[in-house]
Design a protein around this ligand. Structure first.
Ligand code: P61
Length: 465
């Protein structure tokens, strides 16, 4: 791992609670890591969303926030930053990514309309389906194979996409969605050549191409490093080229843009943007703030600039690679290649004795917390199952790395905790779901263990930090 291109100026204390308190906290949370209190967590790898460290430049910019309801100069700075970095003509701020997804779905989805995409993302699919749309997975098969070493597992299966478009476009296709650093497949990039292929098809069939550009910076870095012909292209130029291939983009700015809250819907088409501005006043706020404060827009504008800084992006991705490398050395099953923002444990291979209906990834995430106060996120059947349909897809635990937050020592500690749990994996039983919310159940579902969970506690062999 390279040395970080930043140093730490402000710190937040964290504590490792004693094991009995962790067990109590886990039971109170119904074995769902989303329901833990962050005070009870030692290393928080739940998400990279809104958990990054701001830069001194972002903090300074916040002092300049213009909180005017309308015509805020902070909005115009944000608009300029998005236009410069990505080239979209119209910029609509939203409170976070799903706010932008909501507006986009309202604009383009009607009952029965199709949305082909490289795999699903939970909130993206939910907004399409709430409006009666039909999500269609057109990811390449390698995306769902944790062992495939394909360098661009975020690619779209162009043949599958062409079939969908030939049968339904343009009348019944709302838009084609392509997500950068495909989250649910392990943070896996698409290649520029593949995106160009998608672009050709969408132009030929007259449907909009919408990018989920939430993690576009890391995707651009992977293109530079892995795709022939791009090694000498500057990162900002590559990011722009990727965005240029789309008609619109949704950003959760809580990731690449380093802000605790904020999102963007960026659109090229004038009429669509006009309609989006009509909707944003209903659901988010006036188009000059869209649900975030003036100072948030200042931090976001500055964050957009930093998100194209190759040294920052490179170091960030190297943190995932470092953690993944430690786990691979120890024979622990993870998704390969290691992606952008996280290391994903393959719970099917980690806990082969737990059938998928007993939520192995949920159980594994709970065990990591119990063993060492490490919080991770389930990305398996709890997140992915669709109604009552059978699910035999990916069963992963995501160890997600916040940007500019944890040190190499933290990551080494996490690797030790995972190793300890791997050695005692036979003591992890499956779970039973005791409460299931109707929508996005993974956030608030509750579980109980089907047997003694990670006993005896005295045997925990995690090196104290
Ligand atoms: C995350 F468990 N991601 O990865 P919002 N698109 C993409 C995202 O990654 C994303 C959003 C849109 C989160 C937060 C989160 O099932 C979950 O700003 C590629 O979170 O509204 C968010 O952006 C939505 C965690 C979201 C989840 C949904 O941790």
């Amino acid at each position: 791992m390279s040395a970080p291109p930043w140093k730490i100026k402000v710190v937040e204390p964290v504590t490792l609670r004693p094991q009995p308190e962790r067990r109590q906290a886990l039971e109170a949370a119904g074995y769902n890591t989303f329901l833990l209190r962050s005070d009870d967590v030692f290393v928080d790898l739940l998400t990279d969303s809104g958990t990054s460290a701001l830069s001194q430049e972002q903090r300074a910019a916040m002092e300049l926030g213009d909180e005017a309801y309308a015509g805020s100069r902070s909005f115009f700075r944000l608009e300029g930053a998005v236009q410069e970095a990505y080239g979209y003509r119209h910029v609509i701020p939203t409170h976070q990514g799903r706010g932008a997804e909501h507006l986009l779905a309202k604009l383009l989805v009607e009952p029965g309309f199709l949305v082909p995409s490289n795999l699903y993302f939970t909130t993206s699919r939910e907004h399409v389906e709430l409006l009666g749309g039909v999500w269609i997975d057109v990811s390449i098969p390698e995306a769902s194979d944790p062992r495939s070493l394909h360098p661009f597992k975020g690619n779209v299966d162009l043949v599958a996409l062409e079939h969908v478009l030939a049968a339904a476009a343009p009348e019944r296709v709302a838009f084609v969605r392509v997500e950068a650093c495909l989250n649910m497949a392990g943070g896996q990039p698409f290649s520029l050549a593949n995106l160009e292929g998608v672009r050709e098809l969408t132009l030929a069939h007259g449907v909009p191409l919408v990018l989920d550009a939430t993690r576009i910076s890391e995707n651009a870095l992977f293109v530079k490093e892995r795709e022939a012909g791009f090694a000498d292209v500057e990162l900002p130029e590559l990011i722009h080229r990727i965005a240029d291939l789309s008609d619109a983009a949704v950003f959760s700015s809580k990731k690449d843009h380093f802000v605790p809250i904020g999102g963007v819907l960026a659109i090229d088409d004038d009429d669509l943007a006009e309609r989006a501005r009509e909707l944003v006043v209903i659901y988010e706020g006036f188009p000059h703030y869209g649900g975030i404060a003036g100072h948030d827009m200042e931090a976001l504008a500055q964050g957009i600039r930093e998100s194209a800084d190759e040294a920052i992006v490179k170091h960030y991705v190297s943190q995932s690679a470092y953690l993944g490398g430690l786990l691979l050395e120890r024979g622990i099953p993870i998704v390969e290649p290691v992606g952008a923002h996280a290391v994903f444990l393959d719970a099917k291979r980690f806990l082969p004795h737990v059938p998928q209906e007993e939520f192995p990834a949920q159980a594994l995430a709970a065990a990591l917390y119990l063993a060492g106060g490490v919080r991770s996120m389930e990305r398996g059947i709890v997140s992915g199952q669709h109604g009552d349909e059978p699910y035999d897809g990916l069963e992963l635990v995501r160890l997600t790395i916040p940007r500019r937050v944890y040190t190499q020592e933290h990551l080494a500690y996490v690797a030790d905790v995972v190793t300890d749990v791997f050695e005692r994996r036979g003591q992890i039983p499956g779970l039973r779901m005791t409460y299931e919310p109707e929508h996005l159940r993974f956030f608030q579902a509750r579980f109980e263990a089907r047997g003694a969970f990670l006993e005896p506690v005295e045997a925990v062999a995690v090196a104290e930090p």
